[in-house]
Ligand binder design. Structure first.
Ligand code: MG
Length: 323
């Protein structure tokens, strides 16, 4: 016999989390719980405002639409809404014992502006040193200088940069000009430097700075292939779809010789620990991009190891639907 419960959560975000055009105050979504023959599985469904096409209400409706027939022993197809398809596929993978428990809890620390703080964090990091810096928020010249400072201060560091398509080609060139040429090969990749993928590709060819695709993955007609100057693809499962869809992309990327980075869409600690397991399972050679735990003021049910952020328990959540 199959049973299911859909819990709704709403957790306060740290002040000042701005997503594109809005300041977000809470992180909203659902936990889905599936049970069958004494086995159980869980998943998080949390579409990200400004990035997901679906709203949290639409996600909730689509989840119930899927759960109803599933509880009646049907095998409904994947939801068309990526966050729903992902959360449910995680619950099914846990239920079927397919998702290994082992996790990759390494994080590539994220720098939002203050390089000194990042240098301290990196000095405490053991093993492979990888950090991520958001660029394109300030002057390109300043970004170039921050990159130089970090690479100079931490000799075994490699950097992932992310411009979120914010630069014109001229601005991107301005940035490249300020990065010490000796350091360019320690930029593992720069995500989506320019407004169009054609400009980004030309930038990579002309500057020797490797790039990565993130937003482009979700563009109509995009296919993963080997391209000069492209080093990696960034996969955000909540924005992408089911685990099966993510695995397809990962194997296409690996076949094309690209590094694949599993990254967060500001999921709760619940979703992040699952992403850490997925990363360990499917992209074991790559440190995942999961350094967003601290953006939410509470963890949810499952804790991130060693985090002291308080935890919201299951008994504090509203039940949105149950079979
Ligand atoms: Mg990105």
């Amino acid at each position: 016999m199959r049973t299911a419960i859909l819990y709704r959560f709403r957790l306060p975000l740290e002040a000042g989390v701005i997503l594109r055009y809005q300041r977000l105050k809470t992180r909203d979504g659902f936990l889905v719980h599936l049970q069958e023959n004494g086995q159980q599985g869980w998943g998080e469904i949390s579409p990200l405002p400004e990035f997901s096409k679906e709203t949290v209400e639409q996600a909730g409706e689509a989840a119930v639409e899927w759960l109803k027939p599933w509880c009646l022993d049907a095998e409904p197809g994947e939801s068309k809404l990526p966050s729903v398809a992902f959360g449910i596929s995680c619950a099914l993978a846990e239920l079927q014992g397919e998702l290994p428990e082992e996790a990759d809890y390494r994080k590539a620390p994220l720098c939002n502006g203050d390089p000194d703080e990042l240098i301290v964090r990196l000095s405490e990091m053991s093993g492979q040193k990888v950090a991520k810096v958001k660029v394109g928020l300030y002057e390109a010249v300043r970004d170039g200088m921050v990159v130089n400072v970090l690479l100079e201060a931490v000799p075994d560091l490699s950097l992932r940069l992310d411009a979120n398509r914010s630069w014109s080609r001229a601005k991107a060139d301005g940035f490249a000009k300020y990065v010490n040429p000796d350091y360019r090969n320690r930029i593992a990749f720069l995500e989506e430097p320019c407004q169009t993928s054609a400009e980004s590709l030309a930038f990579a060819r002309d500057t020797g700075i490797a790039i990565a695709w993130d937003e482009s993955l979700r563009d109509e007609g995009f296919s993963v292939e080997a391209q000069e100057g492209v080093a990696a693809v960034v996969i955000k499962p909540t924005l992408t779809g089911s685990l099966a869809r993510c695995r397809q992309l990962i194997s296409a990327a690996h076949n094309a010789g690209l590094e694949t980075v599993i990254s967060s869409s500001i999921e709760t600690s619940f979703g992040l620990t699952q992403l850490a397991r997925i990363a360990h399972w499917l992209t074991p050679a790559t440190i995942p991009g999961l350094d967003t735990l601290e953006l939410i003021q509470s963890q949810l049910v499952r804790r991130w190891p060693d985090s002291t952020i308080p935890v919201t328990g299951l008994d504090e959540l509203e039940i949105a639907w149950r079979s």
